[in-house]
Design a protein around this ligand. Sequence first.
Ligand code: 6PG
Length: 247
Amino acid sequence: MTSEVVVLPDVDAVMWEAASRVAAAGRAAMAERGRFTLALSGGSTPRELFRLLAMGEWMIRVPWEATHIFWADDRCVPPDDPDSNYGVARATLLSRLPTPPEQIHRWFGDAPDPTAEAARYAAELREHTDAGAGGMPRLDLILLGMGDDGHTASLFPRSPALAVEGEPTATSESSAPPTQRLTLTYPALNAARNVIFLVAGAGKAVTLARVLDGRAAADELPARGVRPNDGALTWLVDEAAAARLTR
Ligand code: 6PG
């Protein structure tokens, strides 16, 4: 694993850097394998990136026609619910992309049985991505946010989903509504070729320092458990979020 923390002046600079890296990862994936497998996250920080990627000058820099879009997690709500990560991405980005609908792989947040949905999504991941070590789906790029409690995707502190091995997906519970969630697990996150965290704002400074500098267990700060086995981990953070970092 390679790992880097890139501190940028402000959230706009974080988004420009992130868009540039999405484009680079997409071009590299196309050149090497003829497709680009990308997982998005929810939250306000990733949403800012979607708006930028939907602009014309970025639209032409990402091989969207050959991109398969997945989600690192979603909430157990219908796609038109304002809490749906898929619904937010559709409104801010997907509706402007030339990506064929069959290459948009949303979680069925409205499925009656979340456990069965997690298994279905695992099969969809395996069908449309490369197989990494042990047959784990290997995404080209996963974009993640980080909550101020250190969660990422829908891997929350002390969640049973943190202990899942051998499976790329799980259900989880959030203390904040919507409580029922669907998420990629550490095995799937850590099988990726590239993982990029997007973290901005002073409100994340204490948690980011604990995640990057501290010694707390991943069980307490799940973002610490994202360490791609054979991939690149990048933290794109603004100066406000980096204010407490010691190195
Ligand atoms: C979700 C997201 C979640 C998000 C973080 C950061 O479904 O809520 O996947 O992991 O990325 O909570 O969100 P903010 O950038 O809004 O703080």
